[in-house]
Design a protein around this ligand. Structure first.
Ligand code: PBG
Length: 333
């Protein structure tokens, strides 16, 4: 039917009617707030490239967690900055590692708050890669291969130690082939068959992780992550990655980053029926914060529009550094 019978503006005429026909509604229950926990004491240090995001030591962490809980955010994603790093990332699977300690504390304070543990080695290895590397030096330049199968054992140990500490969800972000299967088998064997795996299934080798690598002190010391993270140009490959994770037993899928990859979110939503997580990453956050600090954009409106866009694209859950602010704004504060 054509104009004048169809008048689209009828359904936009008032806030009430716009609310009634709104297709996508952002809910605090959709959000996961990342937290960076560091060794040391008395630390609450803002991350320069991520205004509003801090490093917390274990003794200052409670204040942050209290706030997250009081806002009604159901889950946190934990990243750790360990005191010592080595070639295999042993502080990542140490029973008394920073992530394990933080997990125990948070679960003691708030048994209902979901702790999602990021399972990777890059924060714990001295070379900053997400797995074990085999290096060789040519003309003074270090080259390295990230070894897939050898890394799986370390990642599995990391996941099991996180579950032992009380993590509710294991979120492996390392992009080794077969990681879901290996970690599932390890968790089951250790008696954690009830702990779900939120797989970073579709993770691109992205420049948007820049600020995170400052936050987590995890920049690779040589080379890059392009031999294990995906080429930003590919979407059919995203389907293959997600498919193998489903076959290996993943409980939830993820697309990361989010904003430059909304088409990928849509495709994964349409092809798979597992819950889908979008990770609105550090660089995406930094761009919004920088423009807002300049007074060039309306931060509140932009953030709510972006997060609503991710849900509309097909995400069920969103990991975002904006979570706390978004909830305050949703509440009308
Ligand atoms: C660990 C990991 C990274 C991020 C989450 N887990 C960094 C990377 O892969 O380099 C990035 C998160 C962000 O940018 O906010 N592998």
């Amino acid at each position: 039917m054509a104009f004048p019978i169809v008048r689209h503006r009828r359904l936009r005429a008032s806030a009430g009617i716009r609310g009634m026909v709104r297709e996508t509604v952002l809910n605090p229950l959709d959000l996961i707030q990342p937290i960076f926990v560091t060794y040391g004491t008395g630390i609450k240090r803002e991350i320069a490239s991520m205004p509003g995001v801090y490093h917390f030591s274990l003794d200052t962490l409670k204040e942050e967690v209290d706030e997250i809980v009081s806002l009604g955010i159901p889950a946190v994603l934990l990243f750790g900055i360990p005191e010592t790093k080595d070639a295999v990332g042993s502080s990542g699977f140490d029973e008394n590692g920073i992530v394990q300690e933080a997990t125990r504390l948070i679960k003691e304070w708030y048994p209902e708050l979901l702790v999602v543990a990021d399972t990777c080695l890059c924060e714990f290895t001295d070379h900053g890669h997400c797995g074990m590397v085999h290096t060789h030096t040519v003309d003074g330049i270090v080259h390295g291969d990230v070894m897939n199968d050898a890394s799986l054992e370390l990642l599995t140990r990391t996941a099991v130690s996180q579950a032992k500490a009380g993590a509710d969800i294991i979120a492996p972000s390392n992009m080794m082939d077969g990681f879901v299967q290996a970690i599932r088998a390890g968790l089951d064997e250790a008696g954690f068959e009830h702990v779900p795996i939120m797989s970073y299934s579709v993770k691109y080798a992205s420049a948007f992780y820049g600020p995170f690598r400052e936050a987590a002190d995890s920049a690779p010391q040589f080379g890059d992550r392009k031999t294990y993270q995906m080429d930003p140009a590919n979407v059919r490959e995203a389907i293959r990655e997600a498919e193998s994770d489903v076959l290996e037993g993943a409980d939830m899928l993820m697309v990361k980053p989010a904003l430059a990859y909304m088409d990928v979110i849509r495709v994964i939503r349409e092809q798979f029926d597992l819950p889908l997580v979008a990770y609105n990453v550090s660089g995406e956050y930094s761009m919004v914060k920088a423009a807002a600090q300049q007074g060039w954009i309306n931060e509140k409106a932009i953030v709510l529009e972006l997060l609503t866009g991710l849900k509309r694209a097909g995400a069920d859950t969103i990991i975002t550094y904006h979570s706390k602010d978004a909830v305050r704004w949703l509440r009308g504060e």
